[in-house]
Ligand binder design. Structure first.
Ligand SMILES: [Zn+2]
Ligand SMILES: [Zn+2]
Length: 731
């Protein structure tokens, strides 16, 4: 029995705390690393994790308190995930307690035992007499369709709650048992599609890549059949009795992928995503942990799911920003998944039509193996690009006359048209015609967006909402006009231009209600001519076989972004949107409307394609030492007083000049402190300090030193500061 327990808590503090163990007895387990404990902390009670044990402590032994109790008898996380959590905490300089707790389902971060919710029920072979209990009789008859046994999943599909079964269990008409893990085997319910040579090469290579770490980038044009490659690689893995983790950017946006998984495999597929309740999430986590699912599909955080006999990880749309957590524990899901695969010595597959420059750089360095899929599956031809120069074009509500004509022709042919405008709401702002003032958010340095349904001014940065003014708050004029185009306004315009064609608007507002996206997609897939209008949600992996024209209404919005990733993000959005056009036997056209028709990024994309663009962009990043050729970290500070955030970052910049750190800072580039792109958001003034370094290891050592100094600096306590390592967004 160790004398002391070293415990981490999710308190935002980087240190470990020391407590005394409880005396072991029949009801009290022996302490072990990984167990959750309840402890007194200050005046409150907290849940902590044991990270170490020993007989020595640097604290005053008389002041060390015993823990209040254990919450588990065995460690919750398997050793590999525990190690991944520790590694990630160190890499992202995030407090260990907060990082490890992040790996657990929310319910287990609190004072909840890890009791299995997952049960199996068996029906007794009897015909009970229900008398007048008609409801019970109906329920019993409903259960008969599941006889002789069923699980929670089947129960939920019948819309029955486990609590409704209680009376039957009491009368012993139903018995319960814990489900046992079953062996994984391939259960195909649909035969695989024929592969072309390029696809077949990946699948057959992956078949020989089991049980050792290798990283594969499937760089395939949209419509090249990446999903079929995933499915066949998964099938191979299942035949060897190993499980699969498939990560996607957003599950709500990929109903088609889920349908294909269900149609292809009779295997147990489990979906983990943010739409689950805490209860459902814990349940799914337990199922995965027990090996009751063979294929786990989920968003970013599903990467932390415990999966026995994990044999393959697949990351679809690996370039997507959604894999990076943008607040709190700012980890990159793709990068941690690669680390997990390396630790587990298994292959990992990344797929995209527009791979991130990070992954392409890893291909150049020989770390990833690249597989090019250049053919569109099913013989669909490649889309043709057309750039419309808005400088010489009359337009209505952001749609040029030339584009209107093109849309009209496609609709008359009975085809579908997709229009992408990456701004939701009616108009990006409301402007006074007398004094020029735009509607400013009271809490941010930003315009409020004008919405019509329902009418309101809405700040998309802090979610502040207010009613639309009737007169200008500055000069009292009634001459207020919507400024610019949002999807709601373009929708109105399209309805008046094409009154006989349905318009489906797909953005966060129109898809907020559960099932509304699915309902619209079902209408689109019914196949009649229609107009699909939406934000970048539309460009995310949906397959629209009847779309022959895809147009980007405003390519300029991100062309002049001050973020060095601006061109990369724009290129990905353009190519992904263009890729929606012409996916069956009809050739498609992709239209780009821009005031910058001769901009080099647009020109290169249109004439040479994404890969040529990416190589040029990589060369330019190399010259500036920018990621992925150099390494970057960003300190953020925010405070209600404009000066406080700067004071802290100025202090930090001075620390960096400290001669004792000279070995680490010799090749360092420092920018700032400077205001964030949005200098004030949600009432907070925001500043940042950007660090660039050619050597990862030295940068990491420096950051560790700086975080330690920040922790000890009294001035840092009143100010919210955070560190973003490998930031995806600047500011
Ligand atoms: Zn005014
Ligand atoms: Zn705001």
């Amino acid at each position: 029995m160790p004398k002391y327990l070293h415990i981490v808590l999710a308190t935002g503090l980087r240190q470990e705390f020391t407590y005394l163990p409880l005396a072991t007895s029949d009801s009290v387990p022996a302490p072990a690393v990984g167990l959750r404990v309840r402890v007194a902390f200050g005046r409150s009670e907290r849940v902590g994790l044991i990270v170490g044990m020993g007989d020595n402590t640097t604290f005053d032994a008389n002041k060390i308190k015993p823990i209040l109790g254990y919450l588990d008898t065995t460690a919750l996380l398997p050793p590999a995930l525990w190690q991944l959590g520790l590694w990630a905490a160190e890499y992202y300089q995030y407090p260990t307690g907060d990082a490890l707790m992040h790996l657990l389902p929310a319910k287990l971060r609190r004072d909840k035992p890890n009791q299995l919710i997952q049960l199996n029920w068996q029906l007794a072979d009897i015909e009970p007499d229900f008398g007048r209990a008609h409801k019970q009789k109906a329920l019993w008859q409903q259960l008969q369709s599941l006889a002789p046994a069923f699980n929670l999943d089947q129960l939920q599909k019948q819309n029955i709650k486990p609590s409704q079964l209680k009376p039957f269990i009491e009368k012993q008409w139903l018995s319960t048992s814990q489900p046992q893990p079953q062996a994984v085997s391939l259960q195909l319910s649909q035969s695989p599609l024929d592969l072309n040579e390029e696809q077949a090469a990946v699948v057959s290579h992956l078949a020989s890549a089991h049980h050792c770490f290798s990283c594969h980038l499937i760089n395939g044009v949209t419509g090249s059949g990446k999903t079929e490659v995933y499915l066949q690689a998964m099938a191979q893995m299942l035949t060897t009795g190993q499980r699969i983790l498939l990560l996607v950017p957003e599950i709500g946006l990929t109903p088609q992928l889920l349908q294909r998984l269900d149609a292809r495999f009779n295997n147990r597929v489990l979906a983990l995503h943010s739409g689950l309740t805490e209860h459902q999430r814990l349940n799914a986590w337990q199922q995965a942990n027990l090996g009751q699912a063979d294929i786990i599909i989920g968003t970013r955080s599903a990467l932390f799911t415990p999966i026995p006999k994990l044999g393959l990880i697949i990351i679809d749309e690996e370039h997507d920003q959604a894999y990076k957590q943008q607040e709190g524990f700012r980890y990159h899901g793709r990068d941690l998944a690669i680390k997990r695969a390396a630790d587990a010595r298994i292959p990992i597959v990344l797929g995209s039509a527009t791979p991130s420059l990070e992954s392409l750089a890893n291909v150049s360095r020989g770390r990833f193996q690249q597989w090019l899929l250049t053919q569109r599956a099913g013989g669909a031809s490649k889309q043709r690009y057309e750039v419309i120069d808005l400088r010489n074009q009359p337009q209505q509500a952001g749609i040029s006359l030339q584009l209107q004509d093109m849309v009209g022709i496609q609709l008359e042919l009975g085809h579908q048209v997709l229009l992408m405008l990456n701004r939701r709401g009616f108009a990006p702002s409301l402007q006074c015609q007398s004094c020029g003032q735009t509607a400013q958010c009271p809490a941010c340095d930003a315009n409020m967006t004008l919405h019509r349904r329902p009418p309101r001014l809405h700040c998309h940065h802090c979610e502040h909402q207010q009613s639309v003014y009737l007169h200008c708050p500055q000069c009292n004029s009634h001459q207020l006009k919507p400024l610019g185009q949002g999807t709601e306004r373009t929708e109105e315009q399209l309805q008046s231009l094409f009154p006989n064609t349905p318009v489906y608007r797909i953005d966060r507002d129109s898809t907020r209600n559960k099932g509304s996206l699915e309902a619209m997609l079902a209408q689109v897939h019914a196949g009649g001519p229609c107009l699909l209008l939406g934000t970048q949600m539309l460009a995310k992996g949906h397959h629209f076989p009847k779309v022959t024209l895809a147009a980007i209404l405003d390519a300029d919005a991100s062309l002049f972004s001050s973020d060095f990733r601006g061109p990369e993000k724009l290129a990905q959005l353009l190519v992904q949107t263009a890729g929606r056009a012409g996916r069956e036997n009809i050739p498609g056209t992709a239209v780009i409307q821009t005031y910058q028709a001769d901009h080099p990024t647009i020109d290169l994309l249109v004439t040479k394609g994404y890969n040529a663009f990416a190589q040029q962009e990589l060369a330019s990043r190399q010259q500036s030492g920018l990621p992925p050729l150099g390494h970057m970290a960003l300190f953020h500070a925010q405070a209600k007083d404009a000066n406080h955030a700067f004071t802290l970052l100025n202090w930090l910049a001075q620390q960096i000049q400290d001669p004792t750190l000279a070995d680490l800072t010799r090749s360092l580039l420092m920018f700032g402190p400077m205001p964030a792109f949005m200098a004030r958001r949600a009432h907070f003034y925001r500043a940042q300090l950007q660090l660039q370094h050619p050597h990862r290891k030295q940068l990491q050592q420096l950051l560790q030193q700086l975080c330690t100094r920040l922790d000890e600096h009294p001035g840092a306590r009143k100010i919210r500061w955070s560190l973003d390592i490998d930031p995806q967004e600047l500011g």
